[in-house]
Design a protein around this ligand. Sequence first.
Ligand code: SF4
Length: 276
Amino acid sequence: MSGERGSRGAAAPAATFSFSRMTTFEQCPRRYRYRYLDGVREGFQSIEAFMGQQVHATVEWLYNERIAGNEHAVEAAVGRYCSEFDKAGAASKPAIRVIRADMASEHYRRSGAEMLAAFHARRFAADVLETVAMERHFEIDVDEGIRFQGYIDRLARDGDGTLHVIDFKTGSRVPARFEGKDADQLDAYALALFTQNGDDELVLVLEYLRTATVRTKRIRRSQIDEIRRRLAARIAAAQLATVFPPVPGALCGWCGFNDLCEACPPRVLQQGRSAR
Ligand code: SF4
């Protein structure tokens, strides 16, 4: 984990920011400090995050298998997901925690399986885009002393040769339009691709797996200056911060530092319980 603290010294290189690092700072600077500056390990992983990882891994497997010439039916995808969910869940360190008192681990396991089944039937089976890469890593200079990195879930080309930048989402919130935090993330990824590749136009795609809903936007190279300015300002705010106040709220239950943080509401600490 990169030490942002060191970056404030004159000779130390600046930390490379991810979208998640930047938004963690914006949501709760204290959580950002624990995770990225102090290097503290979270005490647990939420079951929602864990399930999302398993769904992502299965989608990645499906496309990689297609690249290798192997097509898999929905049963194989769901079977693989369930088996990996159980294996990874049993081995997980830190422990996985169910936060919502009215839910059990099995609810999330089933919900991920249903998501995959819907995705396979409504998106994957009829998908004609040619996959260029899965989990493509990038790292770019956004401005002097400001580096940004990320992993693009899927890059694919359509019949016209236009590159599609695709991000899979497993959360329940689906925006009415291509906007908000998820859209900002893909704008930032577009900046990276325009910086590294010669494409003049990209299609940005948010795939909400829970509802098999898609939000898309075409973006042109001429639009990147504004994206670069906004991203640089957001990263600089975190990079230059010297105080990291806690921002207690609804998300404290899902924060793996909540047993460490003096601002965590007491009722939140009583909610957590192990998924196993
Ligand atoms: S428990 Fe809440 S206030 Fe404390 S670090 Fe986590 S999110 Fe921030």
